[in-house]
Design a protein around this ligand. Structure first.
Ligand code: NAD
Ligand code: UDP
Length: 314
């Protein structure tokens, strides 16, 4: 049995990870301030191995018991959320990461940082490999997230170099599935909720921009395998599904799957919205023997069914 601290453990990926580790018999310390999540995500967890600490990681904190591993998932992730709270986002990804790394030093714990495909910005290389340094607008409306996540990678690697912390950095590409906040503005949940309610699906721009969507269960396999790599392997490593779809493809698929009467409407494309995104996962295949197994069709079926139940219960 390991003791695992999950910062941001009440969010979308965090809730899925807490549940997975609890099912496998581990002890979880979930640290979250509910900035972008609702208590209902973890509210149904009843296990003596689960402890919630309601805390904002931008403020230092300590834990009495021994910790084996720290997963840092705490950060707004949806453009709507980080653009409404840009300075809090920057503090979370800078001060928060320092505080969690200090905890890792104190407990001699392994540390996994959830970085993002956003470090590639508007990519001039396609698909994106980890060796690509990216093309990021340093002061645009996405920069609070992109630049603070880039800085967080630097902070982590400097803790590895100066304090020998066992660091693992994963660059997560668009992930979807149960427990994402239905109203946090991300595309898969927006389209599913709109289709289920018979509302217009809102495509931003012409819908020709692409994303590669990974189901959260596949992502969790990758995160756990990454944490188990040898000390010398820090990443960064891409984790995502390499099959690329346009946003129009996604809208049409969701309308079809929900058998919805919804129409599609076109709204302005937000500033700096990346036109394409697709991970090169050669490194994950080689180092982790990992690749996604769940197709978008399978993953959407499971996700639509979750949100259908959720909107009828809240
Ligand atoms: P989410 O918004 O659902 O979850 C984030 C959680 O962190 C929430 O519970 C929130 O309340 C908590 N949090 C935020 N700021 C905090 C703070 N200062 N102190 C304590 N808790 C705080 O987002 P998610 O999709 O689950 O993303 C989790 C992580 O994965 C994020 O770091 C995100 O950048 C990264 N990521 C996610 C995706 C994706 O597609 N889901 C893609 C790339 C990277
Ligand atoms: N998008 C859209 N309609 C929506 C929400 C998002 O067309 O209702 C587009 C958005 O402009 C982007 C893509 O879908 O091109 C993915 O958006 P999301 O916010 O999920 O994640 P991002 O990859 O931009 O961080």
């Amino acid at each position: 049995m390991k003791t695992i601290l999950i910062a941001g453990g009440a969010g979308f990926i965090g809730t899925n990870l807490c549940r997975r580790f609890l099912n496998e018999g581990n002890k979880i310390i979930c640290v979250d301030n509910f900035h972008t999540s609702k208590k209902r995500n973890i509210g149904k967890i009843s296990s003596e191995n689960f402890k919630l600490i309601e805390h904002d990681i931008i403020n230092p904190f300590d834990i009495d018991e021994d910790i084996d591993e720290i997963y840092n998932l705490a950060s707004p992730a949806s453009p709507l959320n980080y653009q409404s709270n840009p300075l809090q986002t920057i503090k979370t990804n800078i001060h928060g990461v320092f505080n969690l790394l200090d905890l890792a030093v104190k407990h001699d714990a392994k540390f996994l940082q959830s970085s993002t495909s956003e470090v590639y910005g508007e990519p001039l290389q396609h698909p994106q490999k980890e060796s690509y340094w990216g093309n990021v607008n340093p002061n645009g409306i996405r920069s609070s997230y992109d630049e603070s996540k880039r800085c967080a990678e630097s902070i982590c690697l400097n803790y590895y170099r100066e304090y020998d912390v066992n660091i693992k950095i994963c660059r997560i590409f668009n992930t979807y599935g149960p427990y994402m906040d239905p109203y946090d503005g991300r595309v898969v949940t927006n389209f599913i909720i709109q289709a289920l309610k018979g509302e217009d699906l809102t495509i931003y721009g012409e819908g020709a921009q692409t994303r590669s969507f990974c189901h959260v269960d596949d992502l969790l396999d990758g995160l756990i395998k990454l944490m188990d790599t040898e000390n010398e392997f820090t990443g960064p490593i891409n984790l995502g599904n390499p099959i690329e779809f346009t946003i129009s493809d996604l809208a049409n698929k969701i309308i079809e799957k929900t058998d919805s009467k919804s129409k599609i409407i076109y709204l302005p494309l937000p500033q700096d919205d990346p036109s394409q995104r697709k991970p090169d996962i050669s490194l994950a295949r080689e180092k982790l023997n990992w690749q996604p197994k769940i197709t978008l069709d399978e993953g959407l079926n499971n996700t639509i069914s979750y949100y259908n139940d959720l909107i009828n219960s809240i």
